[in-house]
Ligand binder design. Sequence first.
Ligand code: FAD
Length: 514
Amino acid sequence: MRDVVIVGGGTAGWMTAAYLTAAFGNRVKITLVESADVGTIGVGEATFSDIRHFFEFLGLAERDWMPACNATYKLAVRFENWREPGHHFYHPFEQLKSVKGFPLTDWWLRYPTSKRFDTDCFVMASLIDANRNPRYLDNRLLEQEFVESDDLPNTIAEYQGAQFPYAYHFEAHLLAKYLTKYATDRGVRHVVDNVVDVGRDERGWLSHVDTAEHGRLAGDLFVDCTGFRGLLLNKALEEPFVSYQDTLPNDSAVALQVPMDMDKDPLRPCTTATAQDAGWIWTIPLISRIGTGYVYSGDYIDPEEAERTLREFVGPAAADVPANHIKMRIGRSRRSWVNNCVAIGLSSGFVEPLESTGIFFIHYAIEQLVKYYPAADWERSLREQYNSALMNVMDGVREFLVLHYRGAKRADNQYWRDTKIRTVPDSLAERLEQWESKVPDAGTVYPRYHGLPPYSYNCVLLGTGGIDVRPSPALDLIDEKDALAEFQAVRDKARHLVRTLPTQNEYFRRMREG
Ligand code: FAD
C-alpha cells in the first residue's frame, strides 16, 4: 500500500497529494499525473470554515498561503432575492445560542425583535452588512474566546460541534499551483502527460495506467481525481453514478472572472448567491478579481440566455471577459472506493455549489482516506466504512440544498413554481412536516455527519421564508426575560465589533503594504 498513483491535477488531485504527504511523509510513494491537454474545472473558490484544518494539517499559516492564492475571508453565504426582490439574509459561520433549551431562532419567532432573524440572532450578520474583517489590523481574531491554532483539534471529525468564525475565498488555479510546489518539494513525483489506458489485473483491480509519453505507471492504490470524467472509477471500473437530478435539477453553469480594484470596490466578506429566473448567480470577491457565475437548469434556459443574464448582472466590467460554460454532473458515484481505486473530487460526487461544499467533500474524503487507509490485506470493512461516510455526507448535503428551493418563497415563474412541487428526498419530506411546528434542532436534521449543524437549517428556513414555521407552544409558558437579554447581547456585541474591526479592504491593503 506504499505506492499511490493520483490521476488528475485539479484542486482534488493536489489537495490529496499534499495531504497524504503531510500524513505519511516518505513512508508512502506518491505519483501525480495530470494532463496538459485536459484543463481543470477552473472554478471552486468559496469554502466551508473546516478548510482551515486542511491548511493547519499541512503546517501552513495564513500568511504563507493566502497572499499566494489571492485569498480573502468569508464569514457567511449571503442569499439575495430568494424570498422576494430586495430581500437578503445570511447563513453565517456562527453557532446559534440557546436560551432555556430553545434555539434563539425559536425565541425570535415568538418575540421578533426586528424583521431580521439573522441580525437579531447572529453577531456576524451585522459585521457582514458593514463589510467587516474577522481579524483586527494586528491580526488578532475578532473574538477573544476563539483559541488560536495550537489548541484546536486538526481534523473535521474532531471538530464537530464547534464553529470557527470564517472560511476563505481563493483562486482555485493558484491554490493548485501552491500545493504543487508544497507536494513536489516533499517528494511527490509530478508527471505531466495524458493517461491513455487503464490496466486491470485478473481480479479486476487496477494494476497501472498507461501514459502517452511516460510509459506505464504502476501502483498499489489509485486515486481518481479526473473530475466529471471519472476515468478510473466510472469508466475503467464501471461504477455507476447515482444522479440527484430529480431533486436538484440545475445541471449547467457559466462563469466569468471579472477584474476588480481593491482600492475602489468593497470586498464583501461573504459569498453571495443571488436568485435568478432559472437558478442563481454566485459572487466571490478575491483580491484582484471577482469570481462570478450563473448556475442554472438547462430545462428552463439555454446557455446563451444564461450568459447574457450573467453579463447584465455584472455590468460593464464583464464586457471583455471570456465566458466559461460548464456542464455539471450532479450526484455521486454509487461507491467512491471500489477495489484499489478511490475517487476524490468531482469524480466522486458533486452537488451544485450553493453552499460551497465541493472542496469540503474533497477535504473530508482525504481525511477519511487516511483514517481508513488499508494494509496489504485490503480489509473490506475499511472500504465499506469509507463509502458510507462519503455517501452520508453527500446525501445529507443534497437534503440541505433541496431545502433552499423548497423553502424559497419565490414562485414568480415556472422554474420557481416547480421547486414547490418537485420530489424531495423521502426523509426530508418527513422533516419538513416536523419543522412546521418546531424549528430544526439536533433531533430533526439529517442524522448523520454531513458538515451542517442544526443552526444552518434554521437560517435557511427562516431566511427563505416560504415555509410557515411556528414557535414552540411551550415558549408561551416560559419567562422570555433571558431571551430578550440575549437578543440585546447580540446587538451590543455586533455594535462593538462593527466599531472596532477594520473593513476587509483596510485589512488586505495593510497586508499588501506589509
Ligand atoms: P478538475 O478540476 O476537473 O480536474 C481534473 C483533472 O484531471 C485535471 O488536472 C485534468 O488534467 C485531469 N485529467 C482528466 N483526464 C485526464 C487524463 N486522461 N490523463 C491525465 N489527466 C487527466 N467547490 C467549492 O468548494 N466551492 C465553490 O465555490 C465551488 N464552485 C463551483 C462552481 C461550479 C460551476 C462547479 C462545476 C464546481 C464548483 N465547485 C466548488 C467544485 C470544485 O470546483 C471542485 O470540487 C474542484 O475544483 C475539484 O475539481 P477536480 O479536481 O475534482 O476536477
